[in-house]
Design a protein around this ligand. Structure first.
Ligand code: PAF
Length: 304
């Protein structure tokens, strides 16, 4: 196995990209904030299987953290991350400093209004502007054919797809199913904050989504019934989500009445942990499209 090349400067990355493209290679990009887990490994393996060159990025982006969020304590286990990238056969990793990404004088902020102001956006002001700014910059630097993102951050994927459509960005964005623990909990770098008690409680999140998925697959389309079922499962574990929303897939509008075609059921759940709190997010896409149906069936199987 060969170690991935490590670039810390923009110029090293762009030179590598130019040479790679001159050889006719296909580039896959996997943007991350590090603290890599099996969810990221799945994105990298998928990219490796579909492209001749895979570039992962590791950058804890300060622009997407609010002042009271966990930027300072976000885990940064670089040596472990590099070992995982090597085992997944990534070709290169771009791990810049903040100064390298946002040099003196950097001013631009990319904003996708409305979509960025609901769900997670209403509790994390400016978060998606930070995500869009860094992702567009990474897409431009890597000039990749495809970029891979996990669907755990469904709203993030939805917003980035809008941004790339609106700005005619040539990189194709590929959504990849959320990778889950055996009890259904979505893998997240923040799961490592959970003590055993919080971890146990957190398993109610996939259970709530699975119960909603079951109703949907059995033909239920009424928003109120589907949402109430999920709330009931969370309440039994004394969990109160920040939001639990059923939204359409056209413009992330709240579904009123019945789901017309397909919808996303998404939530954010604050969890008390020994040194404060952490916030877990998860979602399911309620759809009969075979890709999403398979995801729903897998979630139901893990939680029963
Ligand atoms: O999903 C993430 O890890 C981050 O939001 C991303 C896309 C790497 C941008 O910092």
């Amino acid at each position: 196995m060969s170690k991935p090349l490590v670039f810390t400067r923009r110029s090293q990355l762009t030179e590598f990209v130019q040479n790679t493209k001159a050889r006719g290679d296909h580039i896959g990009l996997v943007p991350t904030m590090g603290a890599l887990h099996e969810g990221h490994a799945t994105l990298i393996r998928r990219s490796v299987s579909e492209n001749s060159v895979t570039i992962a990025t590791i950058f804890v982006n300060p622009k997407q953290f609010g002042p009271s969020e966990d930027f300072g304590r976000y885990p940064r286990p670089l040596a472990d991350d590099l070992a995982l990238l090597e085992s997944c056969k990534a070709t290169a990793v771009f791990a810049p400093s903040i100064q390298e990404m946002y040099p003196e004088g950097f001013k631009t902020s990319v904003r996708v209004p409305d979509l960025s102001d609901v769900m997670c956006g209403s509790f994390r002001q400016g978060h998606f502007d930070g995500v869009c700014t860094v992702v567009l910059l990474l897409l431009n630097l890597a000039s990749a054919h495809k970029a891979y993102f996990g669907l755990k951050d469904f709203q993030q994927f939805f917003i980035m797809r809008r941004m790339c459509l609106d700005l005619a960005h040539p990189t194709e964005l590929i959504p990849v199913a959320t990778v889950r623990e055996s009890d259904g909990l979505a893998m997240s770098s923040r799961n490592r904050y959970l003590n055993p008690e919080a971890r146990q409680k957190a398993s109610a999140i996939p259970q709530a989504l699975a119960q909603a998925a079951k109703l949907f697959l059995n033909g239920e389309r009424k928003a109120e019934i589907i949402v109430s079922k999920a709330v009931q499962v969370l309440s039994a574990e004394k969990l109160q989500p920040q939001y639990l929303d059923l939204r359409d897939l056209e413009a992330l509008q709240t579904v009123v009445g019945e789901i017309q075609n397909e919808a996303v059921l998404a939530l954010a759940q604050p969890m008390s942990v020994p040194n404060g709190s952490c916030r877990l997010i998860d979602n399911i896409v309620l759809s009969t499209n075979p890709f999403y149906r398979g995801i729903l069936e897998d979630l139901i199987a893990r939680t029963t």
